[in-house]
Write a protein that binds this ligand. Structure first.
Ligand code: CU
Length: 158
């Protein structure tokens, strides 16, 4: 098959771009530890308050670390104050009661989009004890700038 030179060049250029885009995703996942917004677990956003997965919000400690269940809504996170142990695995399970919100733990790699209808889940470890700000980083309405919560990472007790 005879492929003209220009066509060959363009095919190579397109191939290089595809590899570059895949590499960007790989760097984001492995290097920057960015989390995908959801693991495709669905939920009826109108029935969150009665859903057994979200009835008990807040922190549950276990032998591996902690699970934190949070609901985001216009314009607050429930609960607004979260206490987790340092140096342990902390799994966040977050959903939205209304529109799309963000859930970013400033200064850490904890960051996910909260999409109504889905449960966003990610696991991270906080090495440094201290107070962290959690903000909504998706514009969600007039009170968007008020939407925040506090994460307190406590020195793990032996
Ligand atoms: Cu919001």
């Amino acid at each position: 098959m005879n492929v003209p030179l220009y066509e060959k060049l363009w095919m190579w250029a397109a191939g290089v771009l595809i590899v570059a885009f895949l590499a960007m995703i790989a760097v984001g996942v492995a290097g920057s530890a960015l989390q995908p917004p959801s693991h495709v677990e669905t939920i009826d956003p109108t029935k969150i308050w009665n859903d057994p997965r979200f009835v008990r919000r807040g922190v549950t400690l276990d032998e591996h670390g902690a699970t934190v269940v949070v609901v985001g809504m216009m314009f607050a996170f429930m609960p607004a104050e979260i206490r987790v142990p340092a140096g342990r695995r902390v799994t966040f399970r977050v959903t939205s009661a209304d529109v799309t919100h963000g859930f970013q733990i400033v200064g850490t790699n904890g960051n996910t989009m909260i999409v109504p209808g889905y449960v966003s889940q990610f696991t991270t470890v906080f090495r440094e004890p201290g107070e962290y700000l959690i903000v909504c980083n998706e514009y969600c309405g007039l009170g968007h700038h008020l939407m925040s919560a506090k994460l307190i990472v406590e020195e793990a007790r032996p």
